[in-house]
Design a protein around this ligand. Structure first.
Ligand SMILES: C[S@@+](CC[C@H](N)C(=O)[O-])C[C@H]1O[C@@H](n2cnc3c(N)ncnc32)[C@H](O)[C@@H]1O
Length: 189
């Protein structure tokens, strides 16, 4: 079985070229991206959140799956990284790029039915706050749960604690996947 994605966002190659110029090595891998697109397509008319835009690879995949009336807010603390995403994707009215710390942002936002969490807030801390934003049936997706070359030395215990404490959140039905970079998909129940 070849699990290479059978589709690809138009902007992805240009984004990845700019990412290489910036030496940004944290973009989601393509299988994860295809899954994001597929799950985004399951929420027509929904409001989605990406915590950690990076340079916009994940954003491009999410947009690929989103219906015309779906909206995405993508939050990033690093303006230089997010500028790449905006350069390639800002023409798409479905996405709003917000330059903010996800911690601060989480305090003020209400209600996405799909959340792709790709930075520490909403994942390694404040998971309960993130889950509280999801409506029943809302999806929670994280990646990079298997060791990554970009991890700092002290990161593995953070991931171990995150996985070990998921059972403390009975309102999130989760499946960890040893696939791609190590994913977790949860549904708010
Ligand atoms: C793994 S990369 C994102 C990759 C992107 N989501 C993708 O799928 O291609 C994580 C990003 O989160 C950003 N980040 C880290 N901590 C953050 C915070 N507290 N608030 C907002 N962004 C943050 C980093 O600057 C980095 O660009």
């Amino acid at each position: 079985m070849d699990d290479t994605p059978p589709f690809r966002p138009n902007a992805l190659d240009s984004i990845l070229t700019d990412a290489a110029t910036l030496s940004f090595a944290m973009s989601c891998e393509e299988r994860t991206g295809a899954l994001l697109a597929t799950l985004a397509a399951s929420k027509p008319g929904g409001h989605m959140v990406e915590l950690g835009t990076g340079v916009g690879a994940g954003t491009a995949w999410l947009l690929h799956g989103m219906s015309p009336d779906t909206r995405l807010a993508s939050i990033e603390a690093d303006p230089a990284a997010q500028a790449v995403a905006a350069k390639h994707l800002d023409h798409d009215a479905r996405v709003t790029f917000e330059s903010a710390d996800a911690d601060t942002w989480l305090t003020t936002y209400t209600g996405p039915p799909l959340a792709y969490v790709d930075c520490r807030p909403g994942k390694f801390h404040r998971l309960a706050d993130l889950i509280a934003l999801l409506e029943p049936g809302g999806l929670y997706i994280v990646d990079d749960l298997l060791p990554q070359p970009t991890w700092p030395e002290d990161h593995q215990p953070r991931v171990d604690t995150f996985l070990a404490r998921l059972s403390e959140h009975p309102n999130l039905l989760v499946t960890p996947l040893r696939w791609a970079s190590g994913l977790l998909i949860g549904t708010r129940v």
